[in-house]
Design a protein around this ligand. Structure first.
Ligand SMILES: [Zn+2]
Length: 374
């Protein structure tokens, strides 16, 4: 694999990066270690009898999360892997992420919980302001300010947005307007879906992981499921702006099985299914974006969307890869799984966490689909 070569890892840059990472409340900081033996097995379970998933070599930096029976957990090729701890040396300045982050936040401890599905997050305290995303029953945010019937909340990507207070557990009045939309059928009240380039197409967006399944855990304890959710919100909004009918498999932070994700897609007349993920790898130098497809009939979709992606974003191009992932195999519609960068790579993560990057991803998916259908 071409990426398995020496890389230098700047502690200074990492500390800078940690300042940019918002507190997530459930942050579980990763610790970095250096591999001290010539070759080190990564296994599927914390045991010498467990299946070998891959190999690390001397000098590789790895990020670990939990420890069990003298083994530590990391990620290898997007899946959980275990390595024997006695072959690892802690790297210097192994400072917990939260020490840096705590001083940068001045949020109140007050929070609001959304009580309806498909609630718009807007740029200002009125329905005339444009929507920058949607949020769902059970989602909780830090309350920043209240103006009239609207609450300003801080978002996972570090920016702020406004939600109608009557759609939260902290209503300021008994408003009779409703912004809620039924689960899985997400026609935005603010968007006129006529005449767009994607009008008439049903697109399923599948934000990976959720609930008890955080997905990969990246630098500073950032969770894949959270980044995938914020990216998905922007993707969904842009697709709707282009006229598409968008169905979302996971409407909040909860667990949903791969079969259920496929069933949601299969119960609609779906034209394209796109599963969104961020990648992780124990070697922090590994970076870039890739797109996976399963059957040959999905290849064209993968090609259209991936080429649009790599021309739109500034991360390494790891290419289009055929892999028979269950969620792709079980979905009848043309389907792809996108790995939108490595949250274990300092450069990738610094890009991924910006809303600018997530908007570029959304634009790329939208354009890729327009090319695909035409
Ligand atoms: Zn994933």
């Amino acid at each position: 694999m071409r990426f398995l070569r020496n890389f230098s890892f700047s502690i200074g840059f990492l500390l800078f990066l940690l300042l940019l990472i918002p507190t997530t409340g459930h942050a579980q900081e990763g610790q970095t270690y250096e591999v001290s033996s010539a070759v080190l097995n990564v296994r599927s379970e914390p045991s010498n009898n467990a299946e070998i998933l891959g190999l690390l070599s001397k000098g590789n930096n790895v990020m670990v999360f939990q420890e069990k029976y003298g083994w530590v957990q990391t990620y290898y090729g997007g899946q959980v892997g275990w390595i024997a701890k006695h072959h690892l040396i802690p790297t210097t300045n192994n400072q917990p992420a939260n020490d840096n982050v705590a001083t940068t936040t001045t949020q109140t401890l007050e929070s609001v919980t959304i009580t309806a599905n498909g609630v718009n997050i807007r740029t200002g305290p009125d329905t005339s302001y444009s929507s920058i995303g949607s949020t769902y029953a059970g989602d909780t945010y830090h309350l920043v300010a209240t103006e009239g019937d609207w609450h300003q909340v801080s978002l996972a990507n570090g920016s702020k947005g406004w939600v109608a207070s009557w759609l939260t557990d902290k209503a300021t009045t008994t408003g009779n307007t409703t912004q809620s939309t039924p689960v899985h059928t997400v026609d935005d009240d603010s968007t006129v879906n006529t005449g767009g380039s994607l009008a008439g197409y049903n697109i399923v967006i599948d934000p990976g992981h959720g609930g008890n399944d955080p997905g990969a855990i990246g630098l500073g304890g950032v969770y894949e499921k959270d980044l995938v959710s914020s990216t998905s919100d922007i993707v969904v909004q842009q697709l709707r702006d282009a006229g598409a009918d968008v169905i979302v498999t996971r409407l909040g932070d909860y667990y949903i099985s791969l079969d259920e994700r496929a069933q949601i897609s299969n119960s609609y007349n779906t034209d394209a299914f796109i599963s969104l993920h961020y990648n992780a790898f124990p070697i922090l130098g590994v970076q870039g974006v890739s797109t996976y497809y399963s059957s040959d009939t999905d290849h064209q979709l993968a090609q259209s969307v991936h080429s649009s992606l790599v021309s739109n974003v500034n991360l390494n191009n790891r290419g289009i890869i055929q892999e028979h992932y269950k969620v792709l195999r079980s979905t009848y519609a043309p389907s792809i799984l996108m790995e939108l960068g490595f949250i274990t790579n300092p450069y990738d993560l610094s890009m991924i966490q910006t809303s600018d990057y997530q908007y570029k991803v959304a634009q790329a998916i939208t354009n890729g689909l327009i090319n695909y259908f035409n």
